[in-house]
Design a protein around this ligand. Structure first.
Ligand code: NAP
Ligand code: ZN
Length: 367
């Protein structure tokens, strides 16, 4: 056996965990930049819980609440400038993957001078501001990964800033912030988390340890499929989805994602299809491709979800995701030609060709 496992993020899960662990936030610094999306952190009570703890700890804070979905390079440079102007010494991210990912690049850019053209170079020092993350969607697992995924207009896709220095110091997991998360976002983010765990098991960087974590993640998420389908999501479901998505984040922190994510980025970049939905649309067809060479692995994944074959899995994905978008041949040809250049294509135990990617897009969208 030959593997490494690095997970430096302290995970604190439970109702009111922010308020119950004020000392963990006190230890991070004197002045925080709170990074959020436009509205949800204020509406779901998470921002108030954080500011109350900061005030109780006599810590100062500045709010940067302008992170959009699929954050841009401009957005993270703007956030970093605000962090520098106000002399903050730590970051708190609240929200879905977008504010969390933006916060990591902000923590990096506030500590190091990195020119825009070098942002995706991978050549960074270790200095970053300490970070506490509060996920309010159960999908990306960004609270336990070293990835900050940004919209990259030069490459017409999404590109990852990755460094071991970008693991958040603390992740606070409290499902109560998702009580009013809409059904579509709940489904899309759950499918994203599932995709992380499944792709992790299909990665040639997987280990027995990541497979064990992925297996538990897949079981937890799949246990919520029927609730997601009915739209009747209990507190227990919320907890299972949050726990499952954090586990899946721990998996991709080690295995990376695979072709499903590479292909999904084109759907998001060119057609504005939500990140999780994009992966979910492609997942079953990708499993069919891998099955040709690795049937046992696919069978193992299906059994974890309680399915006998890919068609049964496809059925639940179709039920959850609804009607598919219309695509033209020109579009999917362009998507395949861009997706094949992504780094994570080579992570899979079955490395697809551009023709394989095109076939998947064509089948999924009936082109
Ligand atoms: P998101 O873009 O962060 O948020 C989607 C929507 O949900 C926003 O409108 C947001 O509103 C709203 N929202 C968030 N929490 C809510 C809550 N508790 N209640 C009500 N509404 C809420 O979506 P996401 O799917 O979580 O993240 C997607 C991003 O993560 C993509 O950029 C993707 O590339 C990235 N990602 C990163 C990793 C990683 O390892 N780092 C892995 C996978 C995906 P507000 O804008 O008002 O907050
Ligand atoms: Zn994802």
């Amino acid at each position: 056996m030959n593997f490494q496992f690095y997970m430096p993020t302290r995970i604190i899960m439970g109702e009111n965990c922010i308020n119950n662990n004020a000392a963990a936030i006190a230890a991070l610094g004197k002045k925080a930049l709170i990074v959020t999306g436009k509205h949800s952190a204020e509406n779901n009570g998470s921002l108030k819980d954080v500011t109350q703890v900061l005030e109780k700890n006599a810590q100062q804070y500045v709010l940067f609440n302008r992170v959009m979905s699929n954050p841009t390079i401009d957005c993270v440079y703007e956030g970093a400038q605000i962090a520098k102007d106000h002399g903050v010494d730590f970051i708190i991210a609240i929200g879905g993957g977008s504010p969390m990912d933006a916060a990591k690049s902000i923590a990096l850019l506030a500590s190091q001078e990195i020119a825009r053209q070098d942002l995706f170079s991978g050549k960074y020092g270790d200095k970053v501001l300490p970070m506490a993350f509060i996920p309010t969607t159960a999908g990306t697992g960004s609270e336990v990964t070293q990835y900050s995924i940004l919209t990259n207009d030069a490459a017409q896709t999404k590109t990852t800033v990755a460094s071991p220095a970008l693991f958040p110091n603390i992740a606070f997991l409290d499902g109560k912030y998702m009580d009013a998360l809409g059904l579509t976002t709940t489904i899309n983010t759950a499918v994203d988390a599932l995709s992380h765990a499944v792709e992790g098991m299909l990665s040639n960087r997987a280990s027995q340890l990541t497979d064990m974590i992925a297996a538990q993640s897949i079981g937890k998420i799949a246990s919520c499929f029927e609730s997601l389908k009915s739209g009747n999501i209990s507190t227990k479901d919320r907890q299972n989805l949050l726990y499952g998505s954090t586990l899946a984040g721990m998996v991709i922190a080690h295995t990376g994602t695979t072709a499903v994510h590479s292909m999904g980025y084109s759907l998001t970049y060119f057609r504005d299809i939500d990140h999780g939905r994009a992966n979910g649309l492609l997942l079953a067809e990708f499993l069919k491709l891998v099955k040709c060479q690795c049937p046992e692995k696919i069978q193992q994944i299906l059994s974890l979800m309680g399915y006998e074959n890919i068609e049964a899995f496809e059925e639940i994905m179709n039920a959850l995701l609804g009607e598919k978008e219309k695509m033209t041949l020109e579009e999917v040809e362009k998507f395949a030609s861009i997706a094949i250049k992504a780094k994570n294509i080579s992570n899979c135990i079955v490395v697809p060709t551009q023709e394989d990617l095109l076939k998947i897009y064509k089948t999924v969208f009936s082109v």
